[in-house]
Design a protein around this ligand. Structure first.
Ligand code: HEM
Length: 267
């Protein structure tokens, strides 16, 4: 329904002419109130146009092209692995944000505590109400995400869904699986336990093994040649600030492209 902008008197008359229910007239009054101040109807119409244009999927899916009634593969469970990765990501993001209230990204303290970060993990697990549950939720969702993303990639490969016109989404997928692993690695270092520390040392050694620029890479990623406070802060900022922004944006683009192109059927 299109509403032309009129003065208040016209609106009242317009509404009286039509036999509107209480709910309809309330809806219209609110809409008109906002429209007078924010031109909301014009913007809604723009969105509506955009929706119809964008919703014309390209290219036609196999079932549409050949007019097949049997769309059984839309329900094929392996086609849900991408959504499964997304759900695992959302659970990890929410539980991670809550863990952030109690975690401190600090290595040794002046009073001789060898790892403040590890102490905060012990606090979360031992003293915080539902802390053990929260940390387990975060770790399990993170690991399930890695597995789901990997299986999702296999299903895309074996059904040939990476072929034209979906190459761009395959490339975004490669970036996403790589960043998922960086998420996992940076998170693994955060407890600053023995496992974390030595995993950090392995990362340093791996960086150093890169020819010519190895030392610069180690310096940039780990802040030195042995894990230290500088390493912990780098991993922390990657894990809770940079990666969430980049990965959330890429997942949104990835799913947006699936929405535009439609799901590929097996070739
Ligand atoms: C954070 C990681 C990822 C998330 C959250 C994600 C999410 C999704 C979702 C929800 C779909 C819809 C179809 C389905 O569920 O199977 C999809 C499709 C697709 N994904 Fe991913 N994905 C991720 C990683 C990857 C990776 C690693 C690749 C490959 C390198 C990839 C390539 C594709 C392609 C080509 C499609 C289109 C498939 C088709 O049209 O049938 N994605 N993705």
């Amino acid at each position: 329904m299109s509403i032309e902008r009129k003065d208040e008197h016209d609106h009242d008359a317009w509404m009286e002419e039509r036999d509107l229910t209480a709910l309809e007239s309330m809806y219209l009054s609110v809409l008109i109130w906002f429209d007078k101040r924010l031109r909301i109807v014009d913007y809604l119409e723009l969105l509506e146009d955009l929706y119809y244009k964008v919703n014309m999927q390209m290219p036609k899916s196999h079932t549409e092209q050949y007019n097949l009634d049997n769309k059984f593969w839309y329900w094929y469970p392996l086609y849900a692995l991408g959504s499964f990765s997304t759900i695992a990501y959302v659970v990890a993001a929410i539980s991670g944000a809550l863990l952030g209230f109690y975690y401190a990204p600090a290595a040794a303290a002046a009073d001789g505590t060898p790892s403040v970060a590890y102490e905060s993990i012990l606090f979360i697990m031992g003293d915080l109400n539902l802390g053990l549950f929260l940390r387990s939720l975060h770790r399990w969702s993170a690991q399930i995400m890695v597995a789901a993303v990997f299986l999702h990639m296999l299903r895309v490969y074996f059904t040939g869904a990476y072929k034209e016109p979906r190459e761009l989404n395959w490339i975004i997928g490669i970036v996403l699986i790589s960043l998922t692993m960086v998420f996992g690695y940076s998170g693994y270092l955060l407890p600053w336990s023995q496992l974390s520390f030595w995993a950090g040392q392995i990362g340093v050694e791996m960086s150093l093994s890169i020819p010519l620029i190895g030392e610069y890479v180690a310096q940039l990623l780990f802040g030195g040649f042995t894990p230290s406070q500088a390493t912990l802060v780098r991993m922390y900022i990657l894990h809770v600030f940079l990666l969430p922004f980049v990965v959330t944006t890429l997942i949104a683009i990835h799913i947006g492209i699936v929405w535009m192109q439609g799901i590929a059927e097996p070739h």
